[in-house]
Design a protein around this ligand. Structure first.
Ligand code: ZN
Length: 200
């Protein structure tokens, strides 16, 4: 008889093993950092965030500084964000989940351009500060403009980390660690799903 259950189980083991082989430390880190994928996405009409205005720095797609602008913050309900982003980016950018390493679209993107917030389009990083961290997540040594990101202490999962958010829409982008390369020594460990790469 065809034992589909066993084949699925075996495939599952192979996939798990392959991920461990590919991901190494990163995959283990992912398991501890992620809340793991939720089977059901809950999106209510609740609007999160604090209304008000923020001053951001605008950039063209080829990375030219277009100057500062004071703009209203972008607040939407969970339902609106889910509809705009789809399940994966919604869970990561709006619910602070972490994507599996080596799975995002931009961890090995080497093109010249900028990375914008997937939710509101604010410029977040330039390809000029991207580096190979070996973690499987897109990594940068500084944001494109300090005005465009907000950093917040994150004590979730029993760890002291610094969360990095989009200043305009409060999207969760990732975390920043102090083990990056020169000149800043910082490692902005981002989720591909929270950003949109725009080629110059
Ligand atoms: Zn944003």
């Amino acid at each position: 008889m065809f034992d589909s259950g066993r084949i699925l189980r075996d495939q599952g083991k192979q996939v798990t093993r392959r991920l461990f082989l590919i991901g190494g430390v990163s995959f283990t880190a992912y398991l501890t950092m992620s809340r793991l994928s939720k089977s059901r996405v809950e999106a209510s009409e609740t609007v999160h965030g604090t209304p008000g205005k923020v001053t951001i720095v605008n950039f063209s797609d080829d990375g030219r500084n277009l100057g500062k602008e004071t703009v209203p913050k972008i607040l939407k309900s969970d339902q609106e964000w889910l509809q705009q982003l789809g399940k994966n980016s919604f869970q990561i950018a709006r619910q602070a989940d972490t994507e599996m390493p080596y799975t995002g679209v931009s961890w090995r993107e080497h093109g010249h351009g900028i990375y914008r917030c997937i939710c509101c389009g604010t410029a977040i990083f330039s390809s000029q500060t991207k580096f190979e961290s070996g973690t499987g997540w897109p990594s940068f040594w500084q944001p494109i403009a300090k005005e465009n990101v907000a950093e917040k202490q994150d004590m979730s999962l029993g760890m002291a980390r610094t969360e990095v958010k989009c200043v305009r829409c409060e999207a969760h982008l990732g975390h920043v660690f102090e083990d990056g390369p020169k000149p800043t020594g910082l490692r902005y460990c981002m989720n591909s799903a929270s950003m949109k790469f725009v080629k110059a």
